[in-house]
Ligand binder design. Structure first.
Ligand code: 5AD
Length: 342
């Protein structure tokens, strides 16, 4: 396939994703990088990722911290979260992402509210207060409102797959695609910058499904998207079922192409180079940036707990180095929120 033949409709996106020609992939990623620089600028924005707890009430069939898996659970104390957020402020990351397993208990909800207020009052010197993104799953609208009022202004909730049939193949039956969609709409209505995304290279997933994921982001008019390759965790039902999925190389290549195609489809949004890319290639996130992404989430969770936040097999996890970017002359938006221009 030739880049000049690419169209950004379902048929064209599907063909681009199905095409395994390396020269096409390189041309596509280069073009997306060019569009990124021309539209949102060359800067990469940072969000310090704080994984506050791996306790989860959901039982997603692909996830290594699902409710029914046996693993060591942890929850950071308020002081630990604050100390970690202060590291982000000191390093001038500009904003943080508070991510964790989904919880519905009042104690947790109240704790997050207190944390939001406390993080907002961290002294950042000359910079604005830290921006805060939450990634804590589906919550009642009132909880989203409480957290918004306490200072969160962005929320990440992946749709995981925009195809309801595939969604139900990778989630237990008590999950609801419609409820998830409703949660995304609630977030948007409340005033959050609502980010979404999906996994790439799942069992049962077709090139059409991936094209539909891209069209879903466009239709939802998402100001930010974080998507990344599926990485099998050895003890999840999805892995143990033996259902085939694309090779690591193919999932990596699909991950980059999804970023590049999304940049062409939605030139002015924020696109994160997901951590899951780094699992497949030590330079994965840098490659993501060079394919059109403009956000990186360096993981600043205290090491001892980080290793327990095992969504997938993270044995190759390396300390999210921002240095690689500097050595490539990619400017970093230090001390800024880096909100979506969309
Ligand atoms: N591979 C890749 N991504 C995963 N996630 C959960 N499990 C996996 C996996 N095995 C992603 C989900 C979730 C995010 C926090 O992590 O998309 O939204």
């Amino acid at each position: 396939m030739n880049l000049s033949e690419l169209t950004l409709d379902r048929k064209g996106l599907t063909a681009a994703l199905a095409c395994e020609d390396a020269a096409f992939e390189e041309a596509l990623c280069q073009e997306a990088y060019r569009v990124k620089v021309a539209t949102v600028g060359p800067e990469v924005y940072l969000r310090g990722l704080i994984e506050i707890s791996n306790i989860c009430v959901k039982d997603c069939l692909y996830c290594g911290i699902r409710r029914d898996i046996r693993c060591q659970r942890y929850e950071l104390s308020e002081e630990e979260v604050l100390a970690t957020a202060r590291i982000a402020a000191r390093r001038r990351y500009g904003s943080v992402v508070i991510q964790g397993g989904e919880r519905a208990d009042a104690a947790f909800i109240g704790k997050v509210t207190r944390l939001l207020k406390a993080i907002k009052s961290i002294d950042t010197g000359e910079d604005p207060p830290l921006g805060i993104t939450l990634s804590l799953g589906e919550q009642p609208r009132e909880v989203y409102e409480e957290w918004f009022d306490a200072g969160a202004h962005r929320y990440l909730l992946r749709i995981e797959s925009s195809n309801p049939d595939l969604y139900y193949k990778i989630h237990p039956q008590d999950h609801s695609y419609d409820r998830r969609l409703k949660a995304l709409c609630d977030l948007k209505e409340i005033g959050y910058q609502a980010g979404t995304g999906a996994m790439i290279g799942l069992p049962f997933q077709t090139a059409e499904d991936l094209a539909d994921d891209l069209l879903f982001y466009k239709e939802f008019d998402a100001p930010m998207v974080g998507m990344g390759p599926y990485n099998p965790h050895p003890e999840t039902p999805l892995t143990l079922s033996g259902a085939p999925y694309p090779s690591a190389r193919r999932r990596f290549s699909l991950g980059l192409k999804m970023i590049a195609l999304l940049r062409l489809l939605m030139p002015d949004i924020n696109i994160a180079a997901a951590t899951a890319l780094e699992i497949l290639d030590p330079r994965g996130r840098e490659e993501g940036i060079l394919s059109g992404a403009n956000v990186i989430m360096p993981n600043i969770t205290p090491r001892e707990q980080m290793v327990k936040y095992n969504l997938y097999d993270r044995k190759t996890l390396n300390a999210s180095d921002v240095q690689d970017l500097a050595s490539r002359d990619i400017p970093i938006g230090y001390g800024r929120w880096g909100d979506s221009k969309h």
